[in-house]
Ligand binder design. Structure first.
Ligand SMILES: [Ca+2]
Ligand SMILES: [Ca+2]
Length: 290
């Protein structure tokens, strides 16, 4: 589906002087096929997605739409008051937040963070007075229980965008990456999960994975890599993509590529080392990591 063209040479670019071991290349890409019918659940948050799991959780989604927190950073002033789970055995579980909280998110994310064979659920939980945090929930008995959460960002209308999970420090255990305040000086933050705590172990600025009002939350992705998984995400202007890696001396940039116009859509995987996206100029591009 990808059209290699002469322009790819002009677009191709490259990388940091400090690290010659990685390169980001841009290629022209075909538009994606029209999306299949989207699965919907009763009382599901408008504009949100159902997450499907392969372990103890069959599906998880955000429910109980409410207008009680009017940040509207995700396209409307409607957020979720409930997290719903369908278990592998067909059971239905619902966790309802107190009136001062919402799930300021568009889908839960499922990952077995602690390797016990059962998925944890990652979701953005926002306090009306203290802003967003990243919370980890899990099925516990007949319900859904919160296992850990980051500190709230500190004030209303401060949001964070989860980036993904991977082994970023190479110790064999999954870690969590998110971008705090992506609209006002975004910061990539890395956490280790040991219930009941999430411990931040690295941070770097100059990144952003979201535009205010957009439902596209996947502008940044985890890039699987041999020793330590890496990060591919836009800079603060959205006019360049950066490939970052954690090191014992801090997070460093492995490669960098300028974009002809700002990235507008989520990075959609088209292979193990490549992702497609659309720019604000309406052009489809594929970025490849080498
Ligand atoms: Ca687990
Ligand atoms: Ca790790």
């Amino acid at each position: 589906m990808i059209a290699p063209i002469a322009m790819c040479v002009a677009l191709a670019a490259v990388s940091s002087a400090a690290a010659a071991s990685a390169v980001l290349e841009l290629h022209e890409a075909e538009p994606p096929e029209p999306a299949a019918t989207v699965e919907r659940r009763p009382d599901q948050l408008p504009g949100s997605h159902v997450a499907r799991g392969s372990a103890n959780i069959a599906a998880a989604w955000l429910a109980g739409p409410t207008s009680r927190y009017d940040h509207a950073v995700l396209g409307d002033g409607i957020e979720a008051s409930q997290l719903a789970v369908e278990t592998r055995g067909g059971g239905m579980l619902v966790h309802t937040l107190p009136a001062t909280r919402v799930f300021e998110d568009l889908a839960p994310r499922l990952a077995d963070l602690d390797g016990d064979g059962e998925d944890e659920i990652l979701v953005v939980e926002t306090d009306a007075a203290r802003g967003a945090s990243l919370a980890v929930y899990a099925v516990a008995g007949d319900g859904i229980a919160r296992k850990a959460m980051t500190p709230f960002l500190g004030q209303s209308y401060r949001w964070l965008n989860p980036l993904g999970v991977g082994d970023f420090d190479g110790d064999g255990r999954l870690d969590i990456a998110l971008v705090a305040t992506p609209h006002i000086g975004g910061r990539l933050r890395l956490y280790r999960y040991t219930a009941p705590t999430l411990t931040r172990f690295a941070e770097i600025g100059g990144v952003s994975t979201h535009a205010i009002g957009s439902r596209e939350l996947g502008l940044g992705r985890v890039v699987p890599y041999t020793d330590r998984d890496r990060f591919l995400l836009p800079d603060q202007s959205h006019r360049a993509l950066r490939l970052l890696e954690w090191t014992p001396d801090g997070i460093r940039e492995m490669a960098h590529v300028a974009l002809p116009s700002a990235i507008e859509t989520s990075l959609e995987p088209t292979g193990n080392d490549r992702w497609r996206f659309r720019t604000r100029a309406g052009r489809y591009l594929e970025v490849r990591v080498h």
